[in-house]
Design a protein around this ligand. Structure first.
Ligand SMILES: [Zn+2]
Length: 409
């Protein structure tokens, strides 16, 4: 890592490398790979194995061995590969292969077919985040030619979009590896700016079990919808408290932890006191806030309500189950990874992002210093007619060329 950092300063060549990058890689090659990747409908609900086979075959053609780390059902997998020395810690380039669905979205172009219009490339996953994968893959021949002294590790995951689920198995595997990557770059869309922080997330489902009866006899029942409403209202008060009392963190559009209820379902008919209601909520926490402490407060309040409900019927209950959870990213500005990755970008800007990545898991669980830096913008991610600017692709290619230069000279 220190070696990487000192090399970064010595060999940084600024824009010059970008102008010459055509010698080692071309956007046509990147676009062809991107066309292939977009062609696989890797919505998180689907398998990503066909895409992985294509990628593995491509890597093999360029003399790179890769391996899969499967999910329990072996229907999806992470891919891991090392290019360059196999016995050294290097730079991990990380991205997810899955995408959000197009269901319910109105697209004016075919989402699973790359198309171009006015310097923009359209398709599901162009911004989030198959273009990064395509740029990385199209740089593989150059990596091979460059005889890297410090390796590049490819880490392509599945099920990121449903709560950073898939990558955990890869992290488990890497934890048992004698060699962990020295640094990690997550290529989520940041318009190629170096991002060092994002919030963590904890999402939970709350199930309220009341007691059914005819609405005319309401006091004899336990209205699950009413109790859910009180719980939701408590969460709203918590949200307002975070807004006014903090803690606060700089660099975010919303500089404090947010609490939000997303969906609620309960009751069957107006003349029945509902015995069931459930809702889901999330906490998106800044680094200084432990969402489990907030959850503990919430459970404490729920316990009070359970006691109250059980005065009417002992079978009443409130269950709170965590659905997804991932830690925030909070890489210190003076970490070597920040200076190093900044030398690879043409922009000195840095900032935070308002979405989560696998970065928190890599840094907190695996202990690998991590930043987020990738082409495109989340302004276009998850939306119909998702696209990426051709210029973003060039900038990411230039970034990759500089990285190869740093790791080979
Ligand atoms: Zn993403």
């Amino acid at each position: 890592m220190l070696i990487i950092n000192s090399k970064a300063r010595l060999h940084y060549r600024g824009q010059g490398l970008y102008q010459h990058s055509g010698e080692t890689m071309s956007q046509a090659a990147t676009l062809e790979i991107l066309r292939q990747l977009i062609g696989f409908d890797t919505t998180s609900a689907n398998s990503n194995l066909e895409l992985l086979s294509w990628v593995q075959n491509y890597l093999e053609q360029h003399g790179v061995n890769s391996r899969r780390v499967y999910n329990a059902e072996e229907s999806k997998a992470n891919l891991y590969a090392t290019i360059g020395p196999q016995d050294k810690a290097g730079v991990m380039l990380s991205g997810h292969t899955d995408t959000v669905p197009v269901t319910g979205q109105h697209w004016s172009v075919e989402p699973y077919q790359l198309s171009e219009h006015n310097g923009r490339y359209y398709g599901r996953g162009t911004a989030d985040m198959k273009t990064f994968l395509a740029v990385v893959l199209s740089a593989v021949p150059a990596m091979q030619q460059a005889r890297l002294h410090t390796p590049v590790h490819l880490a392509f995951s599945y099920d990121e979009e449903i709560g950073c689920v898939g990558v955990r198995r890869l992290i488990d595997t890497l934890q048992n590896h004698p060699l962990k990557p020295a640094i990690c770059i997550i290529g989520e869309p940041t318009t190629m700016q170096v991002v060092t922080a994002h919030k963590g997330k904890l999402a939970a489902r709350v199930t309220v079990k009341g007691k059914e009866c005819h609405s005319g006899m309401a006091p004899l029942g336990v209205n699950a919808v009413n109790y859910a409403a009180r719980l939701i209202s408590w969460l709203e008060q918590l949200a307002l408290k975070k807004q006014t009392e903090g803690p606060f963190a700089e660099g975010y559009d919303i500089p404090y932890s947010t609490v939000h209820t997303g969906t609620v379902n309960g009751g069957t008919a107006l003349n029945i006191v509902p015995n069931h209601c459930e809702f889901i909520f999330e906490v998106r926490n800044i680094a200084d806030e432990d969402p489990h402490l907030l959850l503990a407060e919430f459970r404490h309040y729920a316990d009070q309500l359970i006691a109250e409900m059980r005065e009417v019927d002992n079978n009443c209950d409130i269950q709170i189950n965590i659905i997804t959870e991932y830690p925030g990213l909070s890489t210190a500005d003076d970490e070597a990874v920040v200076a190093f990755v900044r030398t690879l970008t043409s922009s000195s800007e840095r900032g935070n992002i308002n979405f989560g990545t696998e970065g928190g898991l890599f840094s907190q669980i695996l202990g690998v210093p991590t930043v987020v830096c990738g082409p495109g913008s989340m302004d276009q991610g998850h939306k119909p007619d998702e696209y990426i600017e051709a210029r973003q692709i060039s900038q990411c290619e230039a970034f990759m060329a500089r990285l190869i230069n740093q790791l080979s000279h």
